[in-house]
Structure formats: structure tokens, C-alpha cells
Design a protein around this ligand. Structure first.
Ligand code: AHR
Length: 314
């Protein structure tokens, strides 16, 4: 069964606060929101995997607000769920609520995004991607693409949600790689909150303020796709006049890549559901699990996107 909490973090499937004793595992999952194609695929993966694993899932959508996620987690603690999982919208500010879960003896699994808590005993494991590596892969493609060229390369960057692990890490991984060559200049960098609408809006401003943009690095496909609309509206050809690198590899991004509107996509897999349910069962059974479970990922050129698209699951 998939339960839901209302979008503002209030309860719609809260129950009385008394734990059911039907032998079924109950998981409270506090999702970030529905900001991107990646997130939609991630939510579907978690809901389908819970059903397949026979786990009773209570699900909440925090609309990209930390306070809503904290409310949802507190509600799961009050309901005495067996296990809590969540994808923290930002990295900081979780210690208090994680301590409350620990005191209530409810184990917590982090999915997709990390927290910066020093006390790692506050959660059992963290399953997700290496976002720094994703940023590095984006930078490495750029360095290769401009090998042998000496002219300045003006880069604009669309960052993910401010304070989130993927925004922090994709920015630093990329910067680490390109800093070796002074011809690469990040001339503007601003958040687009991982959404298509914000990506378009911020790219419009970038285009107005900067007459020469050579490259756009967007921390996800959705912002890149929004930016493409702005680039076209400004009379430029995406992928040609402005080279575009994004992260995720959802179907819409892969289609734009195959069409030559995006030049390179670093994959970030949202299909975390089955592994999450497996880990949850092991935690409840008292088995030892690794503190960090890394997601395996690749990257795509236009040719590789064309080959991968027919079998793409998300
Ligand atoms: O945390 C993963 C990121 O969140 C994805 O790359 C982005 O699309 C999503 O919103």
C-alpha cells in the first residue's frame, strides 16, 4: 500500500500513532518534491519497489522545503513507523530531527542526497550517486572538447537547489577539473532550483547580460531544457552556438541530446527503489549493511543517446 502525506507536510494517512502489528514493515518516506523528471522517476521507483517488496509505504512530498520534510519525519516518528527514509532537500540542519528518530529507536536511511551531520550514527546508510564525480565527468568532457584551442571559453552555470548536495558537489567537481586551464572562465553561476521554468528564466538573464556565452553547464536536464527554450528565443542554436552539458539523462534530456541540442549528459540514476527496500529489510532484520551504497552510472554523447533511448526506463 502507498500512503501519502499532503504536500505541505501535514498528515493524510497518519493513523492513530499506534504501531500496527501485522508483521509488515512500514516505511515513512519524505521526498524532496516533484521538481524534475528525475524526481518523478525516483518517486515511481520507490513506490513500485515498496509494493513489490510488500512494504507499507507512507509517502510525503515536501515541495522542496526543508521545514516540510522535518514535519513529515516528525509525523513518521509519532506514527511509530518501522523505518524512515528520505532524500534531504539541503545538506545542513538535520541533527535535531535525526536525533529524535534515533531516540525513538527508528532507523533512518538517506537516499539520493547526503547530510553534513558529523554524527554518522544518526543514520544507517546512505544510498545514492557520487555527485562530485558527476561534476568532474562534466568538466572532463569540456576539457577534451576544447583540447588544442587557446581562446577563452565563457561558461555559464545553472546550479541546482542552493545548499543541496548535488548543487554543492556538481559545482565543486566541475570547478576542480576546469581550474587546471585558465582559458575556462565561469562568467555567471546562479541557481535554477532544478526546475525547467527557473532554468529558462535564469538563462534569459544570462543571455541578456553576457553577449558571448560559449558553454552552458546545467546541474540537471530540466534546467538545461528550460535554458534551451531561452537560447532558441534569443535566436541562437543550442548545442552549436552554445554547447550544453547537463546531468541526469532522463528521456527528455536524452532526446534533446540525440537531436544535437545538448552535447553531453552525465547520468544520475533515480532508480533507487529496489535497493532501498532491500536495505530496509536488512536493517529491520538486524543485518550489517554498508554505510555507503554507491549508484553505478555512465555518461552519454549524442550517438550513445540515440542507441540508449529505445530502452530507456525513465
Ligand atoms: O538529487 C538529485 C537531483 O535532484 C537530480 O539530479 C535533479 O534532477 C533532482 O531534482
Amino acid at each position: 500500500m502507498v500512503g501519502t502525506l499532503s504536500a505541505c507536510g501535514g498528515e493524510s494517512d497518519a493513523g492513530s500513532g499506534d504501531k500496527k502489528d501485522d508483521g509488515k514493515i512500514t516505511m515513512g518516506f519524505a521526498q524532496v518534491g516533484a521538481e524534475s523528471g528525475w524526481r518523478t522517476a525516483n518517486t515511481k521507483s520507490i513506490q513500485e519497489a515498496a509494493t513489490a517488496a510488500g512494504i507499507d509505504l507512507k509517502f510525503s512530498d515536501a515541495q522542496q522545503k526543508q521545514e516540510n520534510q522535518i514535519k513529515a519525519i516528525r509525523s513518521y516518528i509519532a506514527q511509530k513507523v518501522d523505518i524512515i527514509a528520505f532524500s534531504p532537500v539541503v545538506e545542513s540542519g538535520w541533527d535535531t530531527v535525526l536525533k529524535e528518530a534515533k531516540d525513538a529507536k527508528i532507523p533512518v536511511i538517506l537516499t539520493d542526497r547526503a547530510v553534513d551531520s558529523k554524527d554518522t550514527s544518526l543514520y544507517k546508510t546512505f544510498i545514492g550517486s557520487d555527485f562530485v564525480l558527476e561534476g568532474k565527468k562534466a568538466g572532463e568532457w569540456l576539457v577534451k572538447e576544447y583540447t588544442g584551442k587557446t581562446d577563452t571559453v565563457n561558461i555559464v552555470e545553472l546550479q541546482g537547489t542552493t545548499g543541496s548536495a548535488p548543487a554543492n558537489d556538481r559545482k565543486s567537481g566541475f570547478a576542480d577539473v576546469i581550474k587546471a586551464d585558465p582559458k575556462f572562465k565561469v562568467i555567471a553561476s546562479q541557481t535554477g532550483d532544478f526546475t525547467r521554468a527557473k532554468g529558462k528564466e535564469v538563462m534569459e538573464a544570462f543571455l541578456k547580460a553576457n553577449p558571448k556565452i560559449d558553454v552552458l553547464y546545467a546541474h540537471n536536464d530540466d534546467m538545461g531544457l528550460g535554458a534551451i527554450e531561452a537560447i532558441v528565443a534569443a535566436g541562437k542554436k543550442p548545442g552549436v552556438d552554445i554547447k550544453i552539458i547537463t546531468v541526469d539523462a532522463v528521456k527528455d534530456g536524452m532526446t534533446a541530446l540525440a537531436d544535437g541540442k545538448i552535447n553531453y549528459i552525465v547520468e544520475c540514476s533515480p532508480l533507487l527503489g529496489p535497493q532501498l527496500m532491500d536495505l530496509a529489510k536488512k536493517v529491520i532484520a538486524g543485518e550489517t549493511i554498508p554505510q555507503r551504497v554507491l549508484t553505478e552510472e555512465t555518461a552519454f554523447t549524442p550517438e550513445q543517446a540515440k542507441a540508449a533511448l529505445p530502452n530507456r526506463k525513465y
